[in-house]
Design a protein around this ligand. Structure first.
Ligand code: N2P
Length: 342
């Protein structure tokens, strides 16, 4: 008996330090933005454990990283936020020698305006903003953003709880540029959103999907990938990018400057760029992808979606968000005022 106890103690001593030393990477991503199976596959193939956390908006993610105190190996911000984080030295350059599968990414998505030298960001998904609507309750297919000001949809619409996105659409509705920093333009956008507020059932992000699939409202401001998912779950739903134009976004994988496991992060990025993995992920997440090899594997089905493949005339009316420097504070302040206004 004594011998067995001694043996067990020895075995425990051997195992515990090993367990404590197990390699990990910590990933900070949008909600519903990766297939959990992909995380399992990565852990199984590499033996690297993934510690996974989610955020709802670029601003939430930025606040956490900029405050310090937290360290992630992988984050997936959007264009304008990448531009800001490069300027503030919050990201590190990627060593492409360790990410050979980056060859699968269509070069037209690399070295975009937010990462002009193509050193910091690996394109992951892209999309537009538009109106998701229920064809059973919306008589005529919307063509204009003014649908979101139509009293027919009083307490029958959802808006995005995301400052940059929602203010951009309000700016466009007022006839202004969606990157405007002119205080008068922003005052117009603010007044419009305050006027709209009583008609809004809720300001939501990821919850919008289940709510629209469940028929809880007729119209919602959404991102195209979420529209794709909702339309696959409820045939009555459709999506439009209004004629006044919209935002086109590019979300990319980055390594924060203070990452602890850069080698692990590079393995993770390379894994996500693999054609078979990007295909599995696309089928779960629903957003358009820049991965040509994966698109080839997906086949015709990929090109059939007008939501993820908008025609050129729609793309021509879409603009990328720019980082607005100190004027970002004005956006944040206006958004807080809108959300807290009764
Ligand atoms: C949320 C993913 C949203 C990405 N599930 C929009 N940039």
């Amino acid at each position: 008996m004594k011998k067995i106890t001694v043996w067990l103690a020895l075995v425990a001593l051997m195992i515990c330090p090993l367990a404590a030393m197990a390699e990990t990477i910590s990933v900070y991503n949008w909600g519903d933005y990766i297939d959990p199976v992909v995380l399992d596959m990565f852990e199984e193939e590499t033996g690297i454990e993934v510690i996974y956390e989610t955020f709802e908006t670029n601003e939430d993610m930025y606040a956490k990283i900029a405050m310090g105190g937290s360290s992630y190996d992988i984050i997936i911000p959007s264009d304008y936020m990448i531009e800001r984080m490069i300027q503030e030295n919050l990201l590190q350059k990627i060593n492409w020698d360790n990410v050979p599968n980056v060859k699968n990414i269509n070069p037209r998505f690399m070295a975009e305006s937010y990462d002009p030298t193509g050193e910091y960001a690996v394109p992951y998904t892209w999309g537009t903003m538009g109106i998701l609507y229920n064809t059973e309750t919306v008589e005529e297919a919307p063509t204009s953003w003014q649908t979101l000001m139509d009293e027919t949809y009083f307490m029958d619409m959802f808006m995005l709880n995301s400052p940059r996105d929602t203010l951009a659409i309000a700016l466009v509705m007022c006839g202004h540029d969606l990157n405007s920093t002119n205080p008068d333009d922003l005052a117009d956008a603010k007044a419009l959103l305050i006027e709209q507020k009583p008609m809004v059932l809720a300001y939501v992000v990821d919850e919008v999907k289940d709510k629209m699939i469940g028929g809880e409202a007729s119209v919602a401001l959404v991102w195209s990938g979420d529209a794709t998912y909702c339309m696959s779950e409820n045939d009555a739903l459709d999506y439009v990018v209004p004629e006044e134009g919209s935002n086109i976004f590019f979300d990319s994988i980055c390594i924060p400057a203070n990452a602890r496991n850069v080698a692990g992060a590079e393995k993770f990025i390379d894994f996500l760029c693999r054609a078979d993995i990007a295909k599995i992920n696309y089928e779960y997440v629903g957003y358009a992808i820049p991965n040509d090899a994966a698109i080839e594997l997906i086949g015709e089905e990929y090109n059939a979606s007008p939501v993820n493949n908008p025609p050129q005339e729609v793309l021509d009316k879409c603009q990328v968000f720019k980082y607005l420097g100190d004027d970002t504070q004005l956006y944040d302040q206006i958004w807080t005022e809108i959300i807290s206004e009764f």
